[in-house]
Design a protein around this ligand. Structure first.
Ligand SMILES: C[S@@+](CC[C@H](N)C(=O)[O-])C[C@H]1O[C@@H](n2cnc3c(N)ncnc32)[C@H](O)[C@@H]1O
Length: 280
């Protein structure tokens, strides 16, 4: 397990993932009953964009940095506000130095009685996460192997909630690990909102994953893909996706407003684009 998110925090893939997370949490808050967020691969929680690791790749400069300082058109600006406000919440008024990972963004957008479970296997990142949430209420930080833990954490007591699964994709088995984990999770908590992130390095493999995951008739899903340019040998990741099972009914329309703006702001050359697919 070599992956460290410090190198990639705030890049275009994080932006897509965290925008979707923020929209889903914003929707869940329309109802007063509490919900739970289970973040299976939570990372360290807070990333120093001026530190040597983020500086080495500079990926955040082609991600969050392109959204923070320039005016955005409506209605995208309003829809992106909860996410951008969560980023601003850990920075000074005009500076962008720190990037909040998924558990910090989630906690920022959750209410006092909504419960966050943030799980991270890497010991060092787990310790950072634990100290980040040292004083936080209704927040549990775990140091478990997500592929085993996800089953034992479901169903949530509240019977309402989101499971974010964001593996590092270092292993070839990650699509099959995801399928197995999601089958077990959905058997325990069929009505949960599942958010799954994956890279689009091997598009046929991603297509097979989506086809298998959504094969059962009646499966409600929405998939959003974002490419910042066409694939280039040696350029690293140029496209990624989020799949949402049991998406809020408003999410497709919201993403139809948001995605053209993200594509335009995050494009790195020819071949940028986005795609939305759903079960309707
Ligand atoms: C892509 S990063 C997570 C980023 C985070 N979700 C965010 O959006 O800010 C993936 C994380 O999964 C952790 N990880 C890898 N294998 C794991 C496993 N089997 N169980 C739990 N965490 C794991 C890695 O240490 C890494 O911090």
């Amino acid at each position: 397990m070599n992956y460290r998110h410090d190198y990639h925090a705030g890049n275009f893939a994080d932006v897509l993932k965290h925008v979707v997370l923020a929209r889903v949490l914003t929707y869940l808050k329309n109802k007063p009953s509490p919900f739970r967020v289970i973040d299976t691969h939570a990372g360290a929680g807070r990333y120093d964009l001026w530190g040597p690791k983020a500086d080495k790749t500079g990926e955040w400069r082609d991600g969050i940095d392109r959204l923070m300082h320039k005016e955005l058109p409506e209605p995208a600006a309003g829809l992106l506000a909860p996410y951008l406000d969560a980023v601003r919440a850990i920075n000074g008024a005009s500076e962008l130095r720190f990037y909040p990972g998924s558990p910090l963004i989630a906690r920022q957008l959750m209410r006092a009685d909504d419960v966050l479970i943030a799980n991270e296997l890497n010991k060092e990142d787990f310790e950072r996460l634990r100290s980040e949430f040292h004083r936080a209420k209704a927040t549990i930080v775990l140091n478990l192997d997500a592929w085993h833990a996800v089953k034992s954490l479901l169903p949530p007591k509240e019977r309402r909630g989101v499971v974010l699964i964001d593996p590092p994709f270092e292993e070839r088995s990650e699509f099959s690990d995801l399928l197995a984990a999601l089958a077990a999770a959905r058997a325990r908590f069929a009505t949960g909102v599942y958010l799954v992130w994956y890279p689009l390095k091997d598009e046929p493999a991603a297509d097979r994953f989506v086809a298998e995951l959504t094969a059962e008739p009646g499966t409600k899903f929405l998939e959003v893909r974002l490419a910042v340019c066409k694939p280039f040998a040696g350029l690293g990741l140029t496209a990624s996706a989020m799949l949402i099972l049991n998406p809020p009914y408003v999410l497709r329309e919201e993403l139809q407003s948001i995605m053209p703006v993200l594509r335009e702001r995050l494009a790195e050359g020819e071949g940028s684009g986005y795609q939305l697919r759903d079960s309707l």
